[in-house]
Design a protein around this ligand. Structure first.
Ligand code: BTN
Length: 325
């Protein structure tokens, strides 16, 4: 059951433009006016900024720099994404919570956010280090009307939205390394995407897109073997960033990118992805089970495959294989 405190924050958050009277709050929450006053004092102690005008009422003018369902939703300029936010201070993985939620409720657009993950999941059964309060750890539930073979496009569009968010907010120049790592010119990775899907033969039931972005870590926050490959926005820009603002900005950018994709298809996403593409137009070495070959990385195909141009000029699609970038 939702607490009185949360109901009160919600009511205040819905009325940021006008004052809401103590009388009305007391009727809606079914508590006395002195209990309302006590809650307001408690909220102020927790970092909420409340304006109280005598004979008029209360108005919230600032939320604390702390992630909760309310602080994320306050000022979130999306139409459908994040209308339901599930926040956990600690969880094993936001992916697990999101799968449960998708099974129990419909949940298109629900976002699960954690301050800390104990068993953060990366691609190919790797671990994802998710120290408390140091990054954006979230999973989005989507129910796109798409055949399952197009699901890789959702991962590619997520990478574009993430790169746009990073570049707009920090002024840095992120790159996307195929299939979906975000890194910088120093080849250090700051973000990754994990897409997990439930599907029937010709229909996606739902996808959970997990996004991990390193925001305020120092190198010493990672084990030594990871320090060589990892970076954070703080390391790259020498300043710390508000995780709350980054989450809001990312959700907004993701929603716009997703809506554009649903309306216009993959063409625009492909263009943007390739503009961010790491080593596009450069020689790379590919190791398959049968051979080792050199080819030029020419771009991405609409099914998410890597397009390579071999020495004779022929373009091929590559779905797997080790790449020496
Ligand atoms: C990768 O690059 O290997 C993908 C990393 C994905 C990490 C995110 S953090 C939020 C969500 N929850 C998880 O357990 N994993 C994803």
């Amino acid at each position: 059951m939702e607490s009185t405190r949360n109901k009160l924050i919600k009511l205040l958050a819905e009325h940021t433009e006008d004052y809401i009277s103590g009388q009305m709050l007391s009727e809606k929450l079914n508590i006395s006016r002195s209990a309302i006053w006590k809650h307001m004092k408690e909220l102020e102690r927790d970092g909420y900024q409340i304006e109280a005008k005598s004979k008029v009422g209360y108005r919230i003018i600032g939320f604390p720099e702390r992630i909760t369902e309310n602080t994320i939703q306050w000022g979130l300029k999306t139409k459908w994404l994040g209308k339901k936010v599930i926040h956990r201070e600690v969880t094993n993985s936001t992916q697990v919570v999101a799968h449960q939620e998708a099974k129990e409720n419909k949940g298109h657009g629900t976002v699960v956010i954690a301050d800390e993950q104990k068993i953060g999941r990366g691609r190919m059964s790797r671990a994802w280090h998710s120290k408390r309060g140091s990054g954006m750890w979230l999973s989005m539930i989507l129910r796109p009307e798409l055949p399952p073979y197009l699901a890789p496009q959702l991962t590619l569009l997520t990478a574009v939205a993430l790169a746009d968010t990073i570049s707009d907010m920090t002024g840095t120049e992120p790159l996307i390394k195929w299939p979906n790592d975000i890194l910088f010119a120093n080849q250090k990775k700051c973000a990754g995407i994990l897409t997990e899907m439930q599907a029937e033969q010709d229909k996606i039931q739902y996808v959970v897109i997990g996004v991990g972005l390193n925001v305020n870590q120092q190198l010493s926050d990672w084990p030594e073997e990871i320090q060589e490959r990892a970076t954070s926005l703080q390391i790259e820009t020498n300043q710390s960033w508000s995780i709350q603002s980054i989450i809001q900005e990312f959700l907004c950018t993701f929603e716009k990118t997703y809506d554009m994709y649903m309306k216009k298809g993959f063409v625009e996403i492909k263009k943007k992805w390739e503009a961010y593409g790491f080593k596009i137009g450069e020689w790379i070495t590919i190791y398959t089970l049968q051979e080792k070959k050199k080819a030029i990385f020419a771009g991405i195909a609409s099914d998410g495959a890597l397009l390579i141009r071999n020495e004779s000029g022929k373009v091929e699609r590559l779905y797997s294989g080790e790449i020496d970038w």
